[in-house]
Ligand binder design. Structure first.
Ligand code: MG
Length: 428
């Protein structure tokens, strides 16, 4: 019986199935079909890479049409622009990997940062990560003329590109390569910025537009005291939105370090009746961790923070305050997927859910790979986040507040060549 069953599934090289057919089948379904295939018969593009042979780096920049103000600063500066770094890693097997990061890391790649990983085995990502991180605590930092935040920023696209290579080499989408937990992820949209010349009617109209697009979770900006918005002003803005969208829509508030401790406690209690899903980064930058515990004791709204943390040690301190309910560590801005995964584990042990800052195209895979993944941030306004709308020919689909991941190997993104040409400056 057993041998008969096995015969049904044996590799049918006899009859009309030629070696060429086998190679084509292998190309279509690499992970399964390559099992038992001699290495010499494998298409070159599907061989396991063992060496990073080259790197290309592109800096994308595009001016924004207007200032989208957070509490104390506009997105992209007073002369606002979107910027992004795109890294393409080449390997000896012909597999290429893409990683995205902050435009601020471009300077390091002009000053030799790629020397740290060229020639390395992309599957040794743990070692490569430590090699890059070690620069932050050695003489090499000043000798190269790099900055510590610059290194942390530059690590992110390198690490992501290596995960793209590894998962493509295995023929798996990134979220499955990491150990999938699910293939869809909830998504919210961030809007409700302070916009010059626009008041509550325009705010309500904007938010209604997101609901009309199918979003069921929306984050608004508050905390704009330094821009002339009192707590009462913010309360009226949020109340108008709550009344416009009804009770079924999740509302989050992001104060972007706009308040002191007393104002945070006052504001959070005032907003509580508006059914707020979380309050994000309420406290001024100089004491935004220890004092958060005081907020926690005095508010009933869940607290979120962590988008500015550069390492797991900073985020550990944040979690150890026992003040946050939601960790927002950003693998695109800081230290990459390797660091994010470690933090997701610590967050799980601390009963904290993860809701990373920005960049659903990569964070979607990460949230789908951990049980404590909460919700993804996205932007639905092409004026606020033009690159999400312009630079991809393929990306994970967001529909009605859900991101869908498919079986495309790697991160599942393809860039639009015309957009990269239009906005890109070649760094390497
Ligand atoms: Mg934020």
């Amino acid at each position: 019986m057993l041998s008969g069953t096995l015969r049904c599934y044996s590799f049918p090289m006899e009859n009309n199935f030629t070696r060429r057919h086998a190679l084509l089948a292998a190309a279509a379904a690499p992970a399964a079909a390559l099992a038992g295939t001699p290495p010499g018969d494998r298409p070159r593009s599907l061989a396991k890479p063992s060496k990073i042979t080259g790197v290309e780096v592109l800096l994308l920049e595009k001016p924004l049409k207007e200032r989208f103000w957070m509490s104390n600063a506009p997105i992209g500066g007073m002369h606002p622009k979107a910027s992004r770094l795109i890294l393409k890693v080449h390997t000896d097997a012909g597999i290429t990997g893409y990683g995205e990061g902050n435009g601020g890391a471009a300077d390091l790649f002009r000053k030799g940062f790629a020397d740290l990983f060229l020639g390395e085995d992309p599957f040794m990502v743990g070692r490569i990560w430590e090699k890059m991180f070690a620069v932050t605590y050695t003489r090499e930092l000043v000798q190269k003329g790099w900055s510590r935040p610059g290194v942390i920023a530059a690590m992110a696209p390198v690490d992501a590109a290596l995960y793209d290579v590894m998962s493509k080499a295995c023929g798996l989408p990134l979220f499955q390569f990491l150990g999938a937990y699910r293939n869809t992820v909830p998504v919210y949209v961030t809007g409700g910025y302070y916009r010059e010349g626009k008041g509550i009617p325009e705010l309500v109209s904007e938010i209604r537009g997101y609901v009309d697009q199918g979003f069921n979770a929306i984050k608004l900006k508050v905390g704009g005291i330094s821009g002339g918005y009192s707590v009462e002003d913010d309360y009226q803005r949020v109340k108008a939105v709550r009344e416009a969208v009804g009770p079924q829509i999740k509302l989050m508030l992001d104060a972007n370090n706009g308040w002191d401790l007393a104002t945070t406690i006052q504001a959070s209690n005032k907003m509580y009746g508006l059914d707020i899903t979380w309050l994000e980064e309420p406290l001024h930058w100089y004491d935004d961790v220890e004092a958060l515990k005081r907020v926690k004791i005095n508010t009933r709204i869940p607290l979120a923070s962590g988008e500015q943390e550069m390492t797991r040690w900073g985020a550990r301190r944040l979690m150890e305050t026992d003040a946050i309910d939601v960790l927002q560590f950003d693998c695109h801005a800081h230290a990459g997927i390797t660091e994010w995964r470690k933090l997701a584990g610590m967050a799980a042990m601390s009963h904290i859910r993860v809701a990373p800052h920005h960049e659903p195209q990569v964070h979607g895979h990460l949230l789908a790979s951990v049980p404590n993944g909460y919700i993804l941030e996205s932007f639905a306004n092409p004026d606020r986040d033009p690159f999400w709308f312009e630079i991809y020919d393929r990306k994970p689909r967001i529909e009605k507040s859900v991101l869908y991941l498919d079986d495309t190997p790697g991160q599942g993104i393809e860039f639009n060549a015309a957009a990269l040409k239009q906005y890109g400056t070649k760094i390497l």
